[in-house]
Design a protein around this ligand. Structure first.
Ligand code: DLL
Length: 435
């Protein structure tokens, strides 16, 4: 079976619109009946499902937000009873509480299609050996790529992330031909492969990299160091996971799986829909999802859409690499981090530190580093080194358990973090993640 699903991927634009309209009407009706929050928002706008006749009516529908997932945590926005939900995944919310998403069997099947299309577009098929080095678990990366690779009939190596030496040995011994991981981990693996002198022993031909911003320079560096063609893949847990959009051989924008998702670009301040080609906030509506569907979900990612037909023959709209976010979410080693989560940990410490802190992110040896500097109180300053060390260790361990990330915590002397006259500059990101 071919995973070039031409009947969808190359559908004429007017047919795509027809299909989207039909599916949108179905979804709005279904959600109005099943999801209380959506029904409230429709009622507030004086709208009934009958008012929505197709894609042209999309701008009339209410937006949905990440905050909704926190407010209705964990299952309050699901449109199916739990007995029909066969999988959950989770991701960071803006504060300590995570957000939860759920999938029915059909949802998992459609998700596998999304990723199978990506693997096919990267030149993969049942003859390939796919090493999945995204993290497995609540993060959607590992299991998402896994589902697509199995669906296409490839041989899957479910490595998960970490343990670089073992990754490389496996790559060589098992003859992996496609690598799926974050671009920063791909950079790191590339370096390690070359340092070990194993470049001639690996058989990788393609890499499917996403979950964080990366530049064209990084793409070239990865392609050179691992001898493969590197493809960008985009997605977010709230919409599906990896594979919401995927790059083809042209490497010129990511095709949105438009038979499942409707993409819009809006002005993040006014909420108005922007004309084709303009940069703004990306908004998605899921028109086939059953378990956890969303209407006009604000991704906070900034990008633009291009409806021109691609040279590859696909008609699905292309989004360019997100050029930033409208909120302050950071992606550190592939993990979504909100500065407010760090602040919350610090506020709970309650002894020896002041609310003056700074978060510094950098990249060393192709790995993101996270340093948190916190000013200590005058009284601690006069105290012994042991107390300082104890508090630093406590913050480090709290951050690890909340964020799932290691950080270097430094208590610094009182009044040494620069005060600003306007908004405090709490985050210093020294990585150059955007072209
Ligand atoms: O990162 C899903 C994913 C896994 C995508 C593996 C691709 C590969 P979340 O953890 O919910 O989901 O994070 C979603 O990550 O809103 C973007 O800000 C960012 N992001 C994802 N892919 C890309 C990409 C997964 N290719 C958030 N380029 C999104 C830039 C990306 N940013």
């Amino acid at each position: 079976m071919s995973y070039f699903q031409k009947e969808f991927e190359c559908m004429p634009r007017e047919k795509i619109r027809e299909l989207q309209s039909e599916r949108l009407v179905w979804q709005v009706k279904r959600m109005y009946e099943r999801v209380e929050l959506f029904r409230h928002r429709m009622d507030e706008l004086g709208l009934t499902p009958d008012d929505i006749k197709g894609v042209d009516d999309l701008p009339r529908l209410p937006f949905s937000y990440k905050q909704d997932l926190r407010d209705y945590y964990p299952y309050g926005l699901f449109a199916e009873p739990l007995k029909n939900i066969v999988r959950t995944h989770a991701s960071s919310g803006t504060t300590g509480k995570q957000i939860v998403v759920g999938y029915t069997k059909n949802d998992l099947d459609m998700w596998a299609d999304c990723m199978a299309r990506q693997i096919y577009a990267a030149g993969g098929d049942e003859n390939d050996i796919v090493q999945v080095s995204y993290g497995y678990g609540l993060f959607t990366g590992g299991l998402g790529a896994h589902g697509g690779a199995e669906k296409i009939g490839a041989t899957v190596i479910p490595m998960s992330s970490g343990n670089t030496q073992r990754q490389i040995n496996t790559m060589v011994d098992f003859g992996s031909t496609i690598l799926c991981c974050t671009p920063s981990y791909a950079m790191y693996l590339g370096e390690a492969v070359n340092e070990a002198g194993l470049r001639d022993k690996i058989k990788l031909k393609a890499g499917i990299f996403g979950a964080e911003p990366w530049t064209e320079d990084m793409r070239r560096a990865i392609e050179d160091s691992l001898g493969l063609k590197a493809y960008d893949v985009y997605g977010l847990s709230e919409i599906m996971g990896p594979g919401v959009s995927y790059e083809c051989q042209c490497q010129n924008g990511m095709h949105v799986n438009e038979d499942m998702f409707i993409a819009e670009i809006i002005d993040p301040d006014t909420g108005e829909v922007l004309p084709e080609g303009e940069q703004g906030e990306l908004v998605f509506t899921t028109i086939t999802k059953e378990g956890f569907p969303v209407i006009r979900y604000r991704t906070r990612d900034i990008c633009s859409l291009n409806y021109e037909q691609c040279e590859c023959g696909r008609t699905f709209v292309r989004m360019n690499k997100p050029s930033g976010r409208t909120d302050d979410m950071l992606i550190i080693r592939g993990v979504n981090v909100f500065p407010s989560q760090i602040e919350e940990v610090l506020l709970k410490i309650g002894e020896g530190i002041t609310p003056n802190y700074q978060i510094i992110i950098d990249r060393e040896n192709n790995t993101d580093t996270l340093d948190v500097n916190v000013e200590m109180t005058e009284s601690l300053f006069a105290d012994d080194v042991k107390s300082i060390e104890r508090i630093e260790n406590r913050i480090t361990s709290d951050l690890r358990s909340i964020l799932g990330l290691g950080a270097k915590v430094h208590l610094v002397n009182p009044k040494t973090i620069a005060r600003s006259e306007g908004k405090a500059k709490r985050v210093i990101d020294n990585r150059n993640l955007h072209d």
